[in-house]
Design a protein around this ligand. Structure first.
Ligand code: FAD
Length: 666
């Protein structure tokens, strides 16, 4: 028997009602309180509940090194109970957002209560955007539609390239994306090793303009992340502007025509030359797997695989596996494969600091997902908190307090807190294994290398069939590995979790004005320098995303870089079309002065001090930190709101634009 439509309707309503109340019982009380304000429009709730909270100084405990008794932003139990009771009373399945996007002043007040910390006015614009309340605000006046001959080529279809495509499309620019792989996703298409997962919470590490309430975990798998990116490409209908399996070989600036000539090669070897007014490189910096040159590797009778080139048919069940490497990837692989292998030997030259983080492996409860999807503005406030507690509050972490550092191993009180947390995790995980504690204790300050959140690595190392070797590979034999400590480890499979060789765009032959090459300018990528991490003198209309000194290494994630870089590029391009210029070229003195300030600011961080590996993730062969951005996130974001015309030389058309016929795109 089938139910009548009205019976089905009332069952759906009942389900909705019960899901709402189940969600209220478990969801995060702070965003829930904000949703109550949105749904009722009653800002008096802020005073009522705010007066029962202690609104702290942001990041104060990190600066002073005083460990908080409760996690930052956690409400007292009685306040939580009252918020839930009020939500049960006030929220209904038909709830709506009466308040809309709060004006800056109200937004600031709400943010204070939502975080239980003082959120200064300067943070309000970035929070409104990054939490997903508003789209990034166009600053350069938009009165001119980009002309047809002003086209843009984007190289790479990872997080940044996809973002660039969406925003170029929105702004009305003609564009084409070239991606060398057979699919979009970049990092998340390439890294499919067991355990590959995001290590920035994804309710934040995702586009602010495309929130996803369905993440299955707070730190989802790479596969789930890749699915999200594919969904975004579909939602924005940009797939037809992305040429897959097409590698960009070169980009040359044609000085008398003010265009870039870009040579691409398809998988079948066919080459084409395209022309565009501007080029955006969206290559990330982690494309070249770092394969160590070890004697005898070719003689190995088993399988050698790098994590970035994983073979999905490789079955590790019952195998003797050796993992080389110690970073985030190694930790994820080891935790993921430990149950299925016969033996697991982890060879670690220099262990990282590893901190516990329960939610790394936790599923997002159904009630939380429901709240994210259905309770008005819950998601935005949830995201705001996710960003807030992992962004500029952590600015002190890698910074050296000279007085403190004179008498301590750590760099500052904040740095000491990470050290203590990591040491406690290490010692409590191996209370009866002093050998492991010793081998796993790093000899550099926290933050000199990336801090790792433990997905079960320490638990895996304590298993009987697992051994840790503080060593490296001396040579590989047909049936195993000899370590630098002279130990022989029999093996069927060698997993190289050895990361990537840092690469700043120099894999492509890029030539600017007067034939100067980017590789030459940047000493083959070893010493890259760019204005705002994006523009290089002599390379007009070339925008290098995720360029030198732009990575948010003290907090947040690559997504903020993606959005602020793309925003800035669109503003630059719009400035050109508004003012009838063909191109802009950053002045050398401006670039030099910017980099002087970058180096000065970085000199006060652990990234350029002994301990941060030379030629590693942070430092080049001369010891200069080339990856991290030295500024607070809010300052860098603010710098990237719009171009300052004084910073550039402009290149004007020989013939006024309206007299030109032409399509410069091909
Ligand atoms: C295992 C792993 C985990 C990570 N986890 C996090 C995390 O949790 N949080 C975080 O913030 N960051 C993380 N990162 C860093 C990550 O790389 C960035 O977050 C982000 O995905 C980079 O995006 P992108 O678009 O800049 O570059 P990518 O994703 O690297 O995309 C670049 C694209 O350019 C393409 N390409 C390269 N050369 C050419 C060419 N010549 N022609 C055409 N196409 C080309 C590549 O094929 C690739 O698809 C992680 C990195 C790795 C390796």
């Amino acid at each position: 028997m089938t139910a009548s439509p009205s019976a089905v309707g009332s069952r759906v309503a009942d389900d909705h009602e019960s899901q709402l109340h189940a969600a209220i019982d478990i969801c995060d009380p702070a965003p829930l309180l904000m949703s109550l304000v949105h749904v009722t429009g009653d800002t008096g709730l802020l005073d009522e509940f705010g007066s029962r909270l202690t609104i702290g100084e942001p990041g104060n405990h990190y600066r002073t090194g005083t460990r908080p008794t409760t996690p930052p932003g956690q409400y007292p139990d009685d306040v939580v109970a009252d918020i839930r009771a009020r939500a049960h009373e006030l929220l209904t399945p038909e709830m709506d957002d009466r308040l809309g996007v709060p004006e800056p002043e109200l937004f600031g007040r709400m943010a204070n209560v939502a975080t239980s910390e003082r959120v200064d006015e300067e943070f309000v614009p970035i929070l409104r955007e990054q939490a997903g309340f508003v789209l990034s605000e166009r600053r350069v006046p938009v009165t001119v539609t980009p002309p047809a001959d002003f086209s843009v080529i984007v190289i790479g279809a990872g997080i940044v390239g996809i973002n660039a495509a969406i925003k170029l499309q929105d702004a009305g620019f003609r564009y084409q994306v070239f991606e060398t792989r057979h699919e979009i996703g970049g990092t998340w298409s390439r890294n499919t090793y067991p355990g590959a997962a995001v290590d920035t919470p994804s309710h934040y590490y995702s586009y602010s303009f495309e929130l996803n309430p369905d993440w299955s975990k707070y730190y989802p798998s790479g596969t789930e992340y890749q699915k999200y990116l594919k969904g975004v490409v579909d939602t924005y209908g940009i797939a037809e502007n992305i040429s897959l399996s097409t590698r960009v070989l070169s980009a040359h600036w044609i000085d008398d025509e003010h265009v870039w000539e870009v040579t691409v090669e398809s998988a079948d070897g066919t080459r084409e030359v395209h022309r565009a007014r501007a080029v955006v490189t969206a290559l990330g910096m982690l494309n070249s797997p770092n394969i160590p040159d070890v004697e005898g590797m070719d003689s190995f009778a088993g399988t050698v695989v790098h994590t970035a080139e994983w073979d999905e048919n490789l079955d590790l069940t019952g195998k003797r596996v050796v993992v080389l490497g110690t970073g985030c990837t190694s930790v994820q692989v080891v935790a993921s494969i430990v149950d299925r292998v016969k033996s697991l030997d982890v060879v670690v030259r220099s262990p990282h600091w590893i901190v516990p983080e329960k939610s790394v492996v936790n599923d997002v409860p159904e009630g939380e997902k429901w709240a994210l999807a259905h309770i008005p503005r819950y998601h935005e406030w949830f995201r705001l908190r996710s960003y807030w507690f992992a962004s500029d509050n952590l600015y002190a972490m890698p910074r050296i307090d000279p007085e403190w550092a004179r008498t301590h191993f750590s760099a500052s009180p904040a740095n000491e807190m990470v050290l203590e947390t990591a040491l406690n995790h290490l010692r409590s995980s191996f209370a009866d294994r002093p050998d492991l504690v010793e081998k796993l204790t790093p000899d550099f300050r926290p933050y000199s290398k990336r801090i790792i959140k433990d997905p079960g690595f320490f638990r895996a190392l304590a298993r009987e069939h697992v051994a840790l070797h503080r060593a490296s590979f001396q040579r590989v034999a047909p049936d195993g590995v000899v370590t630098t400590e002279g130990e022989f480890i029999p093996a069927d499979v060698i997993i190289l979790a050895t990361g990537f060789a840092l690469e700043f765009t120099t894999s492509i032959d890029i030539a600017g004005r007067d034939g100067r090459t980017l590789a030459g300018q940047w000493k083959n990528g070893n010493d890259p320098r760019a204005y705002l991490g994006i523009q290089v003198s002599g390379f007009p209309n070339l925008f290098v995303t995720a360029g030198p000194n732009s990575a948010p290494n003290h907090g947040a994630g690559h997504n903020i870089l993606s959005e602020e870089h793309v925003h800035y590029i669109i503003e630059c391009l719009q400035y050109l079309v508004e003012n009838g210029h063909d191109a802009l070229d950053v002045r050398q003195d401006v670039l030099d002065e910017y980099n002087r300030k970058v180096d000065e600011a970085l000199d006060k961080t652990v990234w350029v001090h002994p301990g941060a590996e030379i030629n590693g993730y942070y430092r080049n062969s001369e010891g200069r930190a080339v990856v991290p951005c030295p500024w607070r996130l809010v300052d860098y974001w603010t710098l990237l709101r719009e171009p300052n015309p004084k910073d550039f030389d402009f290149i004007d058309p020989a013939t006024p634009r309206d007299e030109r016929n032409g399509d410069a795109s091909k």
